[in-house]
Design a protein around this ligand. Structure first.
Ligand code: 6PG
Length: 643
């Protein structure tokens, strides 16, 4: 009796994670023999899928006619219904040919987390001989061939060659499913650790790896396990080969390592130990271009690579992040139940995780998430400066922001309120924090990508450059002495106007962010679902907000938020406020790059006739770059001899 298997299947907390083991394969591979033996070994029931056929199917088969997909559908649904009910009580085994992927999808529908596939395989000749050597059995080679013809190799199954004896097959299944872990986490930094705990709390049996660096990183995985009771079933490693070997096949390994070359190094270190159809998930903030390359590269090695943006920071990773996976769709199907279980849940209790699209689209989407995040953060910083210039102390600023929560709540607003309130001793902590904003590069990449795609993501650029400006602390000190500020020249701004200006800029920020996603979707043929992206950003991530919730239905009808009537009305409502707030900030020499860029951009994008005709004339003047004329719609290029 394999106690580990029993432990694994009963350790589940959220749902009773009983397991169903489907033993599949063409006729004659020995499904029933193996199923029965395994049932005895594990003391769990065994069922033969053939017992679920309708009378019509039985009559058809008895008359020698093969079943078609339509006949099979009802049969598969019957097995699925039976299994779903049975799962509430215990684990069990079902033998069923399940040769096509769509059959397997019906069989596992609604219980993806509980299903384990074991595919017994062999060559045609091997199986033909096996069947016909049995005294009570004969199968024509045509009939067997027809099964081989429709067999779609299950990528997510434990593949076992029928060369082995039934006893050996059962031992292989027991050791793979009983002792081996379902999921591997590589890299136990802050995010990796939180995800391990989240996976374990969701009842998954995981293996955890952290490298061994003498005197620097020693026994990280072991110590981590020891410090957290919820990891009692997790297995710690600092040896790559042993870590990989501890995982059920196809192996599912999530890399939580620093973006950049480290990801490539880790992939190269893992590759010799991996097998066909294993799945690697990069959960870091990798550059989408690198993810595009890695998806392609790993295809050549028969490994499914998933680039998954993960947002929510340390706490999000622990309690439910927003996850943006892309790349191998086949691979994704195998990890969907893991990511879905650990992800945050939206208002309808659906996971804030969805397959984003091919290549590095998931990391692109995460990158734009961060671009929007940069702007949201910068806007709150600018609002803080304006309120401070109005004479509010930190507590008052926090109270003002607190009063906005009813109309415009967001995670970033909430944490900013807490930040303003935080004291260290008698003084505000914020006053002691050096005003040089750091960054890890995603805002930079978003700005580069916008420029490459020809999309004016001007607020993201403004937020990024505001961070760069802040970084020049020494120069700022010099200039602040040389260019003394004018005295306050304008009366206080109404607090409601400041809030409305903030709202205006946030709408423009989200408009620009989703326009950038739309442009990338078209340019890279990614077919991004913007509404679904907004949905998975309604919880778990840093930019979750009530505004994001409002955008979900809007983006299912348009990719352009400003076309939507409700948002048009809001923009018109907030427009007077943004003009006053920006004008007065400039007059009072308060730097508000994002607030002001929101209205500048708005003024540009809402003008039917712009000043770009002057630019065209200038280009033609000095460079003979030509221009088009509004009184000629043929598209012809004109050049003028300006002298
Ligand atoms: C998140 C965050 C997270 C992190 C980034 C941004 O969604 O959880 O975006 O990914 O905060 O690293 O970092 P920088 O501000 O340092 O660029």
């Amino acid at each position: 009796m394999n106690l580990n298997f029993k432990e694994a299947i009963h350790y589940q907390k959220k749902k009773p994670l009983n397991q169903v083991i489907f033993i599949i394969g063409v006729s004659g591979v020995g499904k029933s023999t193996v199923g029965q033996l395994l049932s005895d070994e594990l003391s769990i029931p065994y069922f033969d899928g053939d017992d679920f056929h309708s009378e019509e199917n039985i009559a058809k088969m008895s008359s020698g006619q093969p079943l078609n997909d339509e006949d099979r559908e009802g049969w598969l649904i019957a097995i699925n219904k039976f299994a779903s009910k049975k799962l509430a009580h215990n684990s069990f085994i079902i033998a069923c040919s399940a040769l096509k992927q769509k059959y397997r999808e019906i069989l596992q529908s609604g219980m993806e987390r509980n299903v384990n596939w074991v595919h017994l395989f062999g060559s045609f000749d091997q199986i033909f001989e096996r069947i016909n050597s049995r005294s009570d059995h004969f199968m024509s080679s045509e009939l067997l061939q027809s099964q081989f013809d429709i067999l779609e190799d299950p990528i997510n199954a434990l593949q076992i060659n029928v060369n082995l004896t039934p006893e050996e097959i059962v031992q292989t299944i027991k050791s793979e499913m009983g002792i081996k872990s379902q999921f591997g986490l590589f890299g136990l930094g802050v995010m990796g650790k939180s995800l391990c705990r989240n996976l374990s709390r969701n009842g998954f049996k995981i293996s955890m790896f952290n490298r061994h660096v003498e005197g620097v990183e020693e026994n990280i995985a072991q110590d981590f396990k020891a410090g957290h009771p919820e990891l009692s079933h997790a297995v710690p490693f600092d040896d790559i080969a042993a870590f990989v070997d501890s995982l059920q096949r196809p192996r599912k390994i999530m890399l939580m390592v620093n973006a950049g070359n480290t990801v490539d190094l880790v992939i190269e270190n893992l590759l010799p130990h991996l097998s066909k159809n294993d799945i690697l998930i990069d959960g870091g903030n990798s550059n989408y271009v690198k993810t595009n390359e890695r998806v392609e590269y790993l295809k050549t090695k028969n490994i499914h690579f998933i680039g998954a943006g993960v947002s929510g920071g340390e706490n999000g990773a622990l309690t439910g992040p927003s996850i943006m996976p892309s790349g191998s769709k086949e691979g994704y199907k195998n990890i969907e139940s893991f990511l879905g279980a650990v992800a945050a849940k939206d208002q309808n209790n659906l996971p804030c995780c969805t397959y984003i699209g091919p290549e590095g689209s998931g990391h692109f989407v995460k990158m734009v998430h961060n671009g929007i995040e940069y702007v949201e953060m910068q806007l709150l910083a600018e609002i803080g400066s304006i309120l401070a210039a109005q004479g509010q102390n930190q507590n008052e600023i926090a109270n003002t922001l607190e009063s906005w929560k009813d109309t415009t709540n967001s995670y970033l607003l909430e944490i900013t309120i807490n930040i303003f309130r935080k004291k260290e001793g008698e003084d505000w902590l914020l006053k002691k924090i050096l005003d040089k904003a750091g960054n890890k590069g995603t805002g930079n990449w978003t700005t580069i990508a916008s420029a490459q795609l020809g999309v004016p993501s001007t607020l993201i650029a403004a937020a990024l450059f505001a961070r760069y400006t802040s970084f020049n602390k020494e120069e700022r000190i010099v200039h602040s002495e040389n260019f003394s500020k004018t005295k306050k020249i304008i009366t206080d701004i109404d607090l409601d106007e400041i809030r409305d200006a903030y709202q205006f800029a946030r709408i423009i920020n989200h408009y620009q962010g989703f326009k950038l996603l739309d442009a990338a979707s078209i340019s890279f043929s990614w077919d991004l679902n913007l509404s679904e992206i907004a949905r998975i950003w309604t919880n778990g991530c840093i930019i979750k907000s009530t505004l994001m919730e409002e955008l979900v239905p809007v983006l299912s009808n348009t990719n352009n938020i400003l076309i939507n009537q409700h948002f048009r009305a809001l923009i018109n409502q907030y427009k007077p406020a943004i003009k006053i707030v920006v004008a007065q900030s400039i007059a009072n020499e308060i730097a508000v790059p994002c607030l002001s860029e929101s209205v500048q951009f708005f003024n540009g994008i809402t003008r039917a006739n712009s000043s770009a005709n002057i630019i065209q004339a200038q280009r033609d003047y000095f460079g003979a770059h030509t221009y088009k004329r509004i009184d000629d719609d043929s598209g012809k290029n004109y050049h003028t001899n300006w002298n």
